[in-house]
Design a protein around this ligand. Structure first.
Ligand SMILES: Cc1ncc(COP(=O)(O)O)c(C=O)c1O
Length: 399
């Protein structure tokens, strides 16, 4: 497979010195310069509140973020709620769902705490949370390393019991990088009358999916979406959203709050759209930055184009590594996973701990930023990477 010669997002869009190779958006995305500018422009209204225009500088900023977020995700903007992060989006569902004593939630083994603790916290309501191994040996210590033969969606669907109400999964897993097929899982959940709730942060901005069969999808904005910490998006299916306790207050009325202090008298206390799950004033600076970042992703061709660019880079990196005996087996395992559509934007290399530590030290000396989680060395690729970065990465890994 030929390496992808040119980046989809120009590196000039970022404050990225040539000596830095940022392979860590699975930890923290790069904020584009344009988003820093959008933020600076709005900062003026904090310094000089007498200049603030209620519609342009407040309501329209939020509306623009819902709209551009919806465009990138391929959904209706009316189903988007602005939330602070992945956790708060998942908590809106976990705390708002009409649970009955004895209900059950299924989550995979090894979820990030954002998609684990909110479900475990439901024990006080008599709701149990069962952790399901997604492949043979997954629940062992240390967990078995996944290969392309795994069928995690099947494992989850097979674990459904008559008490199961929700399956909550990471779209892309933070440590081993495995991407679940949300379409397959969503179909299976719908057939069984179970809600599928998704922690989308490791896939949003770099991968594409349909939301058919999904009930809720939460993502923070500070990784692949390239925004700031403290601003995320929650998408909910319309009918599912009506079952949740609304979190919304003054900005969530059926009509926008009027600064005159009156709200339209209406039978409905909360808006029907995603605003019903929004809790009061958002961080408007973070909203503006995230909207600007997502706009760049949309303008670069959107999620499908970014996914295809990243997949091309991953295959080029793995093809180069496969030629070297020390890397061949791991490169073949990961390439089979990439070809099976089983990974997100992060290639997670399973390596002995000492080797990981040594590579991290070498990376730092070469201006390469990467990370490790649970025995995996994570190399996260995005739209600003191109063939030259892959060459640099190969030289580092072979050092
Ligand atoms: C899978 C996953 N979920 C959630 C988060 C972060 O959650 P939040 O947006 O609530 O900070 C991370 C961060 O590393 C993650 O990897």
């Amino acid at each position: 497979m030929p390496p992808v010669a040119t980046p989809l997002l120009s590196p000039d869009l970022f404050d990225l010195p040539p000596e830095v190779l940022w392979l860590s958006h699975c930890k923290d995305g790069l904020l584009p310069r344009a988003s820093a500018e959008a933020l600076r422009a709005l900062l003026g209204t904090e310094l000089r509140p007498w200049e603030l225009q209620w519609n342009e500088d407040f309501l329209d900023v939020q509306r623009a973020l819902r709209e551009v977020g919806a465009t990138l995700l391929g959904v209706d903007a009316r189903d988007i709620s602005l939330v602070t992060c992945t956790s708060s989006g998942l908590e809106a569902v976990a705390l708002g769902y009409p649970w009955q004593h004895g209900d059950e939630v299924l989550i995979p083994v090894g979820e990030f705490p954002s998609n684990r603790l909110p479900w475990l916290a439901l024990a006080s309501k008599g709701v149990s949370c069962t952790e399901v191994a997604l492949w043979d040996g997954h629940a062992a210590q240390p967990a078995a390393v996944p290969d392309a033969s795994i069928e995690p969606e099947q494992r989850l669907l097979a674990a459904i019991t008559p008490s199961t109400r929700v399956i909550a999964v990471s779209w892309v897993r933070y440590q081993d990088g495995i991407r679940l097929d949300l379409e397959k899982l969503g179909r299976g959940c719908r057939e069984r009358g179970v809600h599928l709730v998704v922690d989308g942060i490791q896939g949003a901005g770099t991968m594409a999916t349909s939301f058919d069969g999904v009930s809720a999808f939460a993502t923070g904005g500070h990784k692949g979406l390239l925004g700031l910490q403290g601003q995320g998006l929650l998408w909910t299916d319309h009918a599912f959203r009506q079952q949740l306790i609304p979190l919304g207050t003054w900005l969530s009325a059926p009509d926008h709050f009027s600064q005159g202090g009156t709200q339209t008298v209406s039978d409905a206390l909360w808006a029907d759209d995603g605003r019903r799950l929004e809790a009061g004033s958002p961080s408007i600076l973070s909203c503006a930055a995230l909207a600007s970042s997502i706009r760049l992703l949309v303008e670069s061709g959107g999620a499908a184009a970014l996914q295809s660019h990243i997949t091309g880079l991953q295959r080029a990196l793995l093809a180069a590594l496969a030629k070297h005996p020390a890397w061949a087996a791991e490169a073949r395992r990961l390439d089979a996973l990439v070809q099976a559509g089983r990974v997100g934007s992060t290639l997670s290399f399973a390596l002995p701990a000492e080797r990981c530590a040594e590579l991290l030290r070498n990376a730092e000396a070469r201006g390469i930023s990467t990370s490790t989680r649970e025995g995996y060395l994570r190399i996260a690729l995005h739209g600003w990477h191109a063939a030259g970065d892959i060459d640099r990465c190969v030289a580092w890994l072979l050092s």
